[in-house]
Design a binder for this molecule. Structure first.
Ligand SMILES: Nc1ncnc2c1ncn2[C@@H]1O[C@H](COP(=O)(O)OP(=O)(O)OP(=O)(O)O)[C@@H](O)[C@H]1O
Length: 468
């Protein structure tokens, strides 16, 4: 392969993976040879090779293909005495590179890494996705608190809450917000040393440092940052020595008043296998959760992404009502929502048709089927009990007090509306009540809804919560 071809491939890769990722991970690669459809590259370290192989191998293969180089597989291996590369684009200064590189210039009160070669330094922060900024984050009721807290951290200033703990279900924007914080801090203060990585990478690095007898460098590097961000911290639950190391790193940074941002799929106290003392330290800061999306937020996100795609696929039209239909039907998570829209635009552009309701239903049949969530009566009872702050047992118990009886009727009404169960079936789940009692409960709520706006609001909220 000629230098010219590789130059062309480089350009394509920058477009595909973003400049930050390119500079951090791909630019240090050295092309070695191409034999029998296998392109081989030298990498500075095993970790680098592993990361590139997992995250960018397919992109590299595709770009090679596009440049006319037929490649079936791409391989990466560490080569002793690998020549150092000249940076391809000096103007870009991504946070991912900056964090450790700037560590060398850390104030004297902070322990700087003993020996951190530039390649090792580059590896200290996981790549940031250039698209995950505050500008591209759509704010709605379910995520407004998390967004506000993330913004506050990103604005810098005195550390008021430490750590910021963001939690929520799959694909609700935790990683997006963390990357946005890193981008914003870097934009405001290019010298800030930000270290972002997943808990899995933290463990991987820790184990590697133990193996290579580099534990002091590891400790020093982690303790020398201004902002540490660890994504998906639930991963270290049950992993004793990693937790121990994490605990010490955490304490050292808090003592130095350095900002820590953590994300997880649940609240600290609910992570099984997480040491008590870690859970309690994590609870010392601000804990905010990203709630499941509601219809308005999903529609907002779809509109934003559709605007982006309209720019990419010029002339492609989208019929009125399609985005509303998707926001209504796909309520699982934002990643699925985005995937659906991407597929829809790609498909419509391929067949050269407008994105109509019919096309959406055809093209997204599998996603729409999977998203048809079935709400259960037990779930309804649980959510309603939580909402009205009564015991779950009272849903099926005999109490007739209004404070219990009304929520029970709300649950009966929702069970009738949201499940295909018959009145006798519902009655059985409500402590063996007769179907006429259920019918009475449902009617009572229907009546009250038109006069009691608080009840109508409660019902709307519960309905959304259950359908989301
Ligand atoms: N409010 C939002 N506005 C715009 N895009 C969003 C929003 N929330 C999520 N997304 C997008 O949804 C996708 C998934 O988000 P992200 O990776 O941040 O989720 P996560 O909460 O970290 O999920 P996981 O638990 O799987 O790690 C990303 O492409 C992100 O940009």
């Amino acid at each position: 392969m000629t230098e010219e071809t590789w130059g062309q491939v480089r350009e394509g890769l920058i477009r595909q993976v973003g400049r930050n990722n390119y500079l951090t991970w791909i630019e240090p690669l050295r092309f070695r040879d191409l034999t029998e459809g296998v392109a081989r590259f030298a990498v500075p370290t095993g970790f680098h090779g592993d990361w590139v192989s997992r995250n960018f191998a397919e992109a590299i293969r595709r770009e090679l293909d596009a440049a006319g180089v037929q490649v079936a597989r791409v391989e990466f291996a560490v080569l002793k005495d690998m020549p150092k590369a000249e940076p391809a684009a000096k103007e870009a200064a991504p946070a991912a590179r900056k964090a450790p590189a700037a560590a060398a210039a850390a104030p004297s009160s902070v322990a700087t890494p003993a020996v951190v070669s530039s390649d090792e330094a580059v590896l200290a922060s996981a790549p940031l996705d250039a698209r995950f900024t505050f500008d591209s984050f759509v704010v709605g009721k379910p995520n407004q608190l998390a967004h506000a807290a993330a913004r506050r951290v990103a604005e810098g200033g005195p550390v008021t809450f430490n750590p910021l703990f963001l939690y929520g279900g799959v694909g609700l924007g935790k990683t997006h917000l963390m990357h946005a914080i890193a981008h914003e801090i870097t934009a405001r203060n290019p010298e800030a040393r930000i270290l972002y990585l997943s808990a899995e990478q933290f463990m991987y690095r820790f184990v590697q440092a133990l193996r290579d007898k580099q534990i002091m460098s590891f400790k020093e590097l982690f303790r020398s940052v201004d902002v540490l961000m660890v994504d998906d911290v639930q991963f270290i639950a049950g992993k004793d020595s990693t937790q121990e190391e994490f605990f010490h790193t955490f304490n050292a940074l808090v003592d130095q008043n350095r900002q820590i941002v953590i994300s997880a799929d649940r609240a600290p106290g609910e992570i099984k296998g997480l040491e008590e003392r870690i859970a309690s330290r994590l609870q010392c800061g601000l804990i905010v959760d990203l709630h499941p999306t509601d219809y308005e937020l999903r529609l907002g996100i779809l509109q934003q992404k559709a605007d982006f795609y309209r720019g990419q696929y010029e002339g492609l039209k989208i019929a009125p009502g399609v985005l509303e239909f998707l926001a209504h039907r796909i309520s699982t998570n934002v990643r699925v929502l985005e995937g659906a829209l991407t597929r829809l635009f790609a498909f419509a552009s391929l067949v050269g048709r407008e994105i109509s309701m019919e096309l959406a239903q055809d093209c997204l049949a599998d996603i729409l089927r999977a998203s048809d969530r079935k709400v259960t009566i037990e779930e309804i009872q649980r959510k309603v009990a939580e909402h009205y702050n009564i015991r779950l047992a009272d849903m099926i118990g005999p109490k007739r007090l209004r404070t219990v009886a009304r929520p029970r009727q709300v649950a009966m009404y929702l069970a009738k509306q949201l499940t295909p169960r018959s009145l006798p079936e519902i009655g059985r789940r409500f402590g063996g009540r007769d179907h006429t009692t259920i019918m009475h409960g449902v009617r009572k709520i229907e009546e009250l809804m038109s006069t009691d706006s608080q009840l109508a609001d409660d019902l709307q909220m519960l309905r959304r919560l259950l359908e989301g």
